[in-house]
Ligand binder design. Structure first.
Ligand code: C2E
Ligand code: MG
Ligand code: MG
Ligand code: MG
Length: 276
């Protein structure tokens, strides 16, 4: 049959969205299967103080699938969120982190996992993470939860307070990318604020960047919140940030994320030496 142009466009559009939806749905099915088969991998990236001692680790999920190859978290986490799989991902990652902590008693710094706002909305979330940590006998103080601002809606206050009461460390991830409502952030019981790399790259006026960072530093200091800069890629980044009084860093310049099986824990020993 002969289609007129607008209809044709609609048909093409429909086919495209249908194909994209199918692709997302297929990816979700593969992801679900991979989680069940234990194919999600735990990678870790260290966090450092100004003397370069390790102050913690961040757990990052890695997914390799035989059909899709390596899929980055920026692709599969939104799919997990959309198809209700994110609590599966979170539980798997927390389980792996607890295994890692119990297998390596020399770890004396918190290990952070990334939490989706979907987790915070899940009424079973707190019980689930308590069950996993107590199964391994891991203290909540060893676990840090990295949340983005989207998890900080007013009606989630009780979740934050409860997690804090239980002893989990809380931090805000990617600060500077969302609404960055500092007043709202300060109402929450957090221990650490993680500045997104875009705060460094997008504010090219160094004077403005400097006053913003100095302001944030003062606020965090007064509130006893640690301030960490993410995405420190070069010596120059590190020097600039440390001059502004930033005291914690994470980024390729210090170390790239690395498989939990390959991580060099002897680096933690130099921490202890530095302390003694
Ligand atoms: P994020 O939590 O902000 O994690 C930091 C991301 O920055 C990681 O990307 C890390 O590899 C990357 N990164 C580290 N150092 C540098 C640097 O110097 N420069 C630059 N440009 N990037 C650096 P990755 O592993 O691809 O993860 C991306 C995002 O996916 C994470 O951002 C987090 O939001 C999410 N994600 C990763 N794993 C999980 C997970 O297990 N659960 C959930 N819910 N989200 C996860
Ligand atoms: Mg994070
Ligand atoms: Mg981040
Ligand atoms: Mg990020």
């Amino acid at each position: 049959c002969e289609l007129r142009a607008p209809n044709q466009m609609i048909t093409v559009f429909d086919q495209l969205t249908r194909r994209q939806t199918l692709a997302r749905h297929e990816m979700a099915l593969l992801l679900e299967k991979s989680i069940e088969l234990g194919e999600l991998q735990l990678h870790l990236q260290s966090k450092h103080d100004i003397q370069k001692n390790i102050t913690g680790y961040e757990a990052l999920a890695r997914w390799h699938n035989s059909l899709l190859g390596w899929v980055p978290p920026s692709q599969f986490i939104p799919i997990a969120e959309e198809f209700g799989l994110v609590s599966h991902v979170t539980r798997t990652m927390l389980d792996k982190v607890c295994q890692f902590i119990t297998a390596n008693p020399e770890i004396n710094v918190p290990v952070a996992i990334n939490i989706s706002s979907r987790d915070i909305e899940d009424p079973h979330f707190i019980t689930q993470i308590q069950n996993i940590t107590s199964k391994y006998g891991v203290a909540p103080q060893s676990i840090e939860l990295e949340l983005t601002e989207y998890s900080f809606a007013d009606d989630h206050n009780h979740v934050m307070d409860k997690l804090n009461e239980l002893g989990f460390m809380l931090s805000i991830d990617d600060f500077g990318t969302g609404y960055s409502n500092i007043a709202r952030v300060l109402e929450c019981p957090i221990q650490r604020l993680k500045l997104d790399r875009s705060l460094l790259t997008d504010i090219t006026d160094l004077k403005k960047q400097r006053s913003l960072l100095l302001g944030l530093k003062t606020i965090c200091e007064n509130m006893q919140i640690a301030l960490l800069a993410e995405g420190v890629e070069t010596l120059e980044d590190f020097e600039r940030l440390s001059k502004l009084g930033i005291t914690e860093f994470q980024g390729y310049w210090f170390s790239k994320p690395c498989s939990a099986n390959m991580i060099d824990l002897s680096l933690l020993k130099s921490n202890n030496k530095a302390l003694s």
